[in-house]
Structures are given as structure tokens and as C-alpha cells.
Design a protein around this ligand. Structure first.
Ligand code: SF4
Length: 396
């Protein structure tokens, strides 16, 4: 098996892109084997919004796997907490595809979890993985290409986070490094790299038909880029999907850490690329999550000093969703004060909502919301003392 091989297709629509990319790989091992397709159906959203994997990309993968002689094919997902897996499958058009091709749909949360030890981990120590996935010979990761406000992108490796059991996914956003240990990357990036040491997809197929730019995984804008990338090498697939999105692979921390820890290459030149013509002519540059936060809500004051884009994006999502609920939590100047970043100091207005671990040192001056970054619903809970009506964390 040539694990340097990366196949890129474009301009054929989701079905044909997926078929051509996947069938460009040597699939001899698939004959007689069971395959779990792990798409990204993290939310109950219709196809074509860049949030979930396109159903026709999944159809394309199934057709190729059947042709290759797979003995059993299922589609499994553990979406974000608060989303019903089967409802998400139905809304995303995956149930129709499963019925058309006679594939099982699996709610990965329905069974128990396997508690995997992670020797030499940076931060996790262990992680809870849905039991079902270990019953298959092969896992095919089939994400939609998206920018991600916390991790830069979410592609075939990050997509494996959707194999984590229930709330385990949320835990990844609430971690802190062990005392005395520190790394330059965010804790979430280290956690994804820890997960990769025990769980990587066997095959990666990335659906770039309609992806998401900006504030992914759900708050960005759909972008039609009409490509697919396939490889037996998950890092190779993610590297080339990044390139197709106009993103430099070393800019993605989890790819960089995984390459350093596990000996994968993020150098595009390492891979043998098969594509119909020069793939560089088909690059569609995805807008990255913005690095500066502009807030246009008159009653909100944001104190931002040396924050990073992850906290800024969290804050933006929080304000987008909850700003109208905050009018009863104004301070004596009739403003809602919220602060992010490690540069905030004692001059901050007393009572400010202090978001993120970077503000921990001044936490006694206001309402502290831990996390690096915290999820928007945690801010809501800290401010109001109650859960939002829809219990739906904004991260996956
Ligand atoms: S707490 Fe927020 S600003 Fe600080 S490193 Fe984490 S995400 Fe960035």
C-alpha cells in the first residue's frame, strides 16, 4: 500500500468527486472487510450549508466500497451534545442514502464506551471512545472541509472527535495542562494530537463540494469549492485538503503536533499526488476565522487584551446567540462587560465576565468562565446561573 498517495478530484460534484477520489486508491484490502463510514454529521442541518458532509459524497463512497467488495458498510456518528444522532442523519439526508444503499445507520452513543489509555499523552491521559467503532475492520473518515474557530480546520483527523462518547467531546474544550507542564499550542490541539495516537482513520476522504469558511464548525459561511481528496494517509489527506482551501498546513497546530509526535509529514512534497491536471488551478481560498473582534452591539463592552482567535470566536458566537438575554446583567454604566485575553489586569471594571483560562489571575474581579477556550453555553450558564433552553454546545 502506497501511503504517500493522495488523490485529488474536482469540478465533478459531490458524488463523482468522492467516487473518483476514493477509487483512485488501492482498495484491495477492502474485499471481504467491514467498513464504518464516519462522516461529519455533527448537527441537525440540511445538506448544502457546509455544516455536514454532503449525502452524495457518502453515496459515492458507498458505491466505491461496494465495488471493492466490502462485506458490510455502516455509517456512524456521535454528534455534538444535545443533538439526536438519528434526527441529524434524517435532516442531513443521510437516512435516505442509507436506505437507498442498504447500509446500517449507527448512533455511536447508543452503546457503551471503551476507556482508552493514552500512554505518553500531553494532556488527556485517557479518553472515552464509542465502542461500536472497534467492531469494524476499517474506518473511513469522510468529513466536509471546514475552517474551525478553535483548531483552524476540521478535516479527516479532527473528524475522529465525533467517535468520542457523549460528553467526552465537551471535556476536550475544558482541559488544562498538568501543573509544571506547558506547550505552546492550545490545550484542544494537544488533546486532538493525543487522540490521534490511539485513533486515526484507516482511509480518509474529504468532501470539499460545499465547505465552510470563517467561523466554522457551524457559524461560518458556506463556500463551493467542489473538490475531494482521498488517501490511506490521514495527514496526507488533510495536508492536501488544506492546500485546496488555500491554507498552509503548518498553520494548523494539530497537524503540526501530530507530524512531530507520530512521524507523519506535513510537507506536501513528501506525497505522491494523483490529480486530473494541476490541482493548484482549482484552489478556492477559504476565509479564516477573523483575528480581530469587532462588536456592533451597543450595550456590550468587550475588553480584549492579548486574546487569541479561539476566545474571540467563542465570544462572537456567544454574543450572536445570547446578547439579547444579557440586558438584565448590565453593570452600573448600563453596559454588559466581558473580557478575554491574558493581558487583562486589575484595572478591569468590577463585575466583568472574565472568559477563558487566560483571565484566571484576575478572576476575583468578576465572573470567571474557565476553559481554553470555553464554549459559549458555559458563559451563558456562568452569567445566568442556568442552562440555555436548547442544551446545544457550539463546538464539536
Ligand atoms: S483562554 Fe482564550 S485567549 Fe487564552 S489561550 Fe485559551 S482560547 Fe486563547
Amino acid at each position: 500500500m502506497n501511503e504517500k498517495k493522495v488523490v485529488i478530484t474536482y469540478k465533478n460534484g459531490p458524488l463523482e468527486n468522492a467516487k473518483r477520489a476514493l477509487s483512485g486508491l488501492d482498495l484491495g484490502k477492502i474485499k471481504g472487510a467491514s467498513v464504518l463510514i464516519k462522516p461529519n454529521i455533527g448537527r441537525a442541518a440540511h445538506a448544502g450549508q457546509g455544516i455536514n458532509t454532503h449525502p452524495l459524497a457518502i453515496a459515492g463512497a458507498i458505491e466505491v466500497l461496494k465495488d471493492a467488495g466490502a462485506s458490510y458498510i455502516a455509517i456512524g456518528e456521535s454528534p455534538i451534545v444535545g443533538v439526536n444522532t438519528m434526527v441529524a442523519f434524517e435532516k442531513a439526508g443521510i437516512q435516505d442514502i442509507a436506505e437507498r444503499y442498504g447500509c446500517e445507520l449507527i448512533d455511536l452513543n447508543a452503546k457503551k464506551f471503551v476507556n482508552k489509555e493514552i500512554p505518553g499523552s500531553r494532556i488527556l491521559g485517557f479518553t472515552k471512545i464509542c465502542q461500536d467503532i472497534f467492531e469494524f475492520d476499517f474506518i473511513l473518515s469522510l468529513p466536509v472541509a471546514k475552517c474551525h474557530m478553535h483548531t483552524g480546520v476540521t478535516l479527516s483527523i479532527k473528524n475522529m472527535k465525533g467517535c468520542l462518547w457523549k460528553h467526552e467531546k465537551v471535556r476536550y474544550h475544558q482541559l488544562e495542562y498538568r501543573p509544571g507542564e506547558t506547550y505552546p499550542e492550545k490545550t484542544l490541539d494537544s488533546a486532538i494530537s493525543d487522540l490521534a495516537t490511539v485513533l486515526l482513520p484507516h482511509i480518509s476522504l474529504i468532501d470539499g463540494y460545499i465547505g465552510m469558511e470563517g467561523l466554522g464548525p457551524s457559524g461560518g459561511e458556506p463556500v463551493t469549492s467542489d473538490f475531494a481528496v482521498a488517501s490511506w494517509n490521514p495527514v496526507g489527506a488533510d495536508v492536501y485538503a488544506c492546500l485546496m482551501m488555500g491554507i498552509d498546513p503548518p498553520d494548523i497546530p494539530h497537524l503540526k503536533i501530530i507530524s512531530e509526535r507520530m512521524g507523519f509529514s506535513i510537507d506536501p512534497a513528501f506525497y505522491d499526488v494523483v490529480s486530473d491536471g494541476d490541482y493548484r488551478e482549482h484552489v478556492v481560498s477559504y476565509a479564516r476565522p477573523s483575528s480581530t473582534l469587532s462588536v456592533k452591539y451597543p450595550h456590550v463592552v468587550v475588553h480584549d487584551c492579548d486574546s487569541c482567535s479561539a476566545c474571540q470566536s467563542t465570544l462572537m458566537l456567544f454574543l450572536r446567540r445570547f446578547k439579547d438575554d444579557m440586558t438584565q446583567y448590565l453593570l452600573d454604566d448600563e453596559k454588559f462587560h466581558i473580557g478575554i485575553g491574558k493581558g487583562l489586569d486589575g484595572s478591569i471594571k468590577k463585575g466583568t465576565i472574565l472568559v477563558g483560562n487566560c483571565t484566571k489571575l484576575i478572576k476575583d474581579l468578576g465572573v470567571f468562565v474557565p476553559g481554553c477556550p470555553p464554549v459559549p453555553t458555559r458563559i451563558y450558564e456562568a452569567v445566568t446561573g442556568k442552562e440555555p433552553e436548547e442544551n446545544e454546545p457550539e463546538v464539536t
